[in-house]
Design a protein around this ligand. Structure first.
Ligand SMILES: O=C[C@H](O)COP(=O)(O)O
Length: 254
């Protein structure tokens, strides 16, 4: 699969998502071109984005970053981020030259099975075009469940249903993350989350997920909410691609 190789170069990847505006107001995303240029300068492998930001930045992205086209979403203002709907199609993704599509399933949500059904249909359709599907699994925030077990089952289910890569959230007990990755039958990349206390914490997190067997990261806010997103990406790359220590990677932030 040529498209997948553009994303998983030598088996590792750094994808930076900027698909957030549906989920709230983010000052840093006021100028998508500025952030995309930072992502390119940092040397990331791909950018994950929606229709509007892609249209605004296509000339920058083309030939420089793999396009991971986000085709699911739920608005923050709807009050239920877990109620993911399809926002595009395989056909449009191919027309936009996407290298992969990304779809999210919220496990423990009352509509979980509907989301899996849509996911499976997308895989079936995307396979025809050689378009990899990245499945994301998150636990619905209103569910009172054992997040680890739900994530582990979700990660495996997405792989069983044909995800090329699974992007996963984390159990609160991080030591269980390795077990979650081990149960997956496809490569796992780490989701990010709200901004951490310091750049070092971000790099410690990247180191921990790589040590636990992830093949890369799909981290947004903790990249583009830094003073220099491109430097942060370079530091992350030292760990993801070079196996550097956190201290070594920190030198990129000076
Ligand atoms: O698709 C990815 C999400 O928008 C998460 O990004 P984040 O690292 O800011 O949580």
């Amino acid at each position: 699969m040529i498209r997948l190789k553009k994303i998983l170069k030598e088996g590792k990847t750094i994808i930076v998502p900027i698909d957030h505006p549906i989920e709230g107001y983010f000052r840093e995303l006021e100028e998508p071109r500025r952030i995309v240029q930072e992502i390119i300068d940092g040397g990331a492998d791909g950018v994950l984005l929606r229709r509007g930001s892609l249209a605004k930045t296509y000339d920058l992205v083309a030939g420089r970053l793999a396009i991971v086209y986000r085709i699911s979403g739920a608005t923050f203002t709807s009050g239920d981020m877990g109620d993911q709907r399809l926002t595009s199609s395989v056909e449009e993704s191919v027309r936009y030259d996407a290298d992969a599509i990304a779809y999210t399933v919220y496990v423990a949500h009352p509509k979980e099975n509907d989301m899996y059904e849509v996911f499976s249909r997308l895989v079936e359709e995307a396979e025809y075009y050689g378009l990899p599907v990245i499945g994301e699994v998150l636990v619905w925030e209103n569910a009172k469940v054992d997040a680890f077990e739900y994530l582990r089952i979700g990660v495996r289910t997405l792989g069983e249903e044909g995800a090329a890569i699974v992007k996963s959230g984390f159990p609160s007990d991080f030591s269980l993350y390795r077990d979650l990755v081990r149960y997956s039958i496809v490569p796992v990349i780490a989701a990010g989350g709200p901004k951490m206390d310091s750049p070092r914490k971000v790099l410690e997190f990247v180191k921990a997920v790589m040590d636990a067997g992830a093949v890369g990261t799909c981290i947004g806010r903790n990249v583009w909410q830094q003073e220099s997103p491109s430097k942060m990406i370079r530091a992350m790359k030292r760990i993801v691609r070079g196996g550097a220590s956190v201290d070594e990677a920190m030198s990129e932030l000076l």
